[in-house]
Write a protein that binds this ligand. Sequence first.
Ligand code: SF4
Length: 409
Amino acid sequence: MRSIRELYRVGNGPSSSHTMGPKKAAEEFKKKFSDADKYVITLFGSLALTGKGHLTDVAIKDALKEKETEIIFDTKTKCDYHPNTLTLEAIKDGEPAGFWKVYSVGGGEIEIDGEDTFKEIKVVYERKTYTDIALYCSENNMSLADYVYSREDKNFKTFLKNIWNTMEKSIERGLSTEGILPGNIGLERYAKRILEKSNESKDDAVKKTAELTAYAYAVTEENASGGVIVTAPTCGSSGVLPAVLHYAKEINGYTDDQIVDALAVAGLIGNIIKTNASLSGAECGCQAEIGSACSMAAAAYSYLRGLDFKIIEASSEIAMEHFLGLTCDPVHGYVQVPCIERNGVAANRAVDSSELAYIQNTGTLIPFDTVVETMYETGKDLKSHYRETSKGGLAKKYCKNKFYNPDME
Ligand code: SF4
């Protein structure tokens, strides 16, 4: 498995695969063909179908600024390798001067067709399943966080501290901002109001739900506005883990240092899913984004509570199991509906999964590695309509009833 540094990325929303990945491709392409007069970028598959809502064109133009740029949305050509495909052409003196085919494979990562530049795999973790890692840790009297620190570089803790700091800042900004989110849905920002409701309530259950939800909304509303967030593991699911960790700090009193260790554990869980399955909604549906974020947060919360390997595994497994089959159907291609609410639900579910695993105290019948494998197979079986194309599910129904858009047929 690769470094957790490649999982937690700081960047602007609203989408790691549709904004960060294509932006990175454009930046790298511009570096390679810097003397071009013009760039022609063609988006295919999910990038073409939901690129407007995800601001893919805005991110690419931003990367290529000062040069003439044409962006083509090709919704007809099928993608042969990955649903998030784009081609980049450089033109100089009216002649083709360079060409790349790039895949935005999730979490802001890209692969260039036929080149090894970004495929170079630096193995940081030789074990790649939870079962192997937990066995190794218990035999060597190590915690999961110890295992991460023993494999990553000596500055890794500082990296995680910065990640936590960025997460907290996104919560802070989200909780102090009101107004309407960008795009034509007209969705209001709710985070601040939800937290006010929590402060007014005397009911502990309402307070818990409202707090976790407000923190998750705060980050994902920032993401939907193009603000700076951390992929955890993606932009669309960026609210779940910060919400649970902030809740653990505010309500349970865990220190920043303890939370940094929990971030390491969450990163390990995300890395296992990324290595053995997928974190991409375009590849495996929302179960790969929100399900993964929920598993990461549940593991982090159980780790903070000092629970053992079996209970941490059960927490992550429960968190993923009940998101199996979850489709990706963002209305109008914006990472807003159902995404923001889904982050709130998943933050609550992560804490509940940890509680449930603790109450049951029997470990898990289905190993975490098996639920990850199941998620991947289920994702591959999902019709393409349900994998970030905005052609199925809520995206289709809502368009038909409210703002029907013939381009989406
Ligand atoms: S529905 Fe889920 S996977 Fe799809 S864009 Fe929204 S958060 Fe991401």
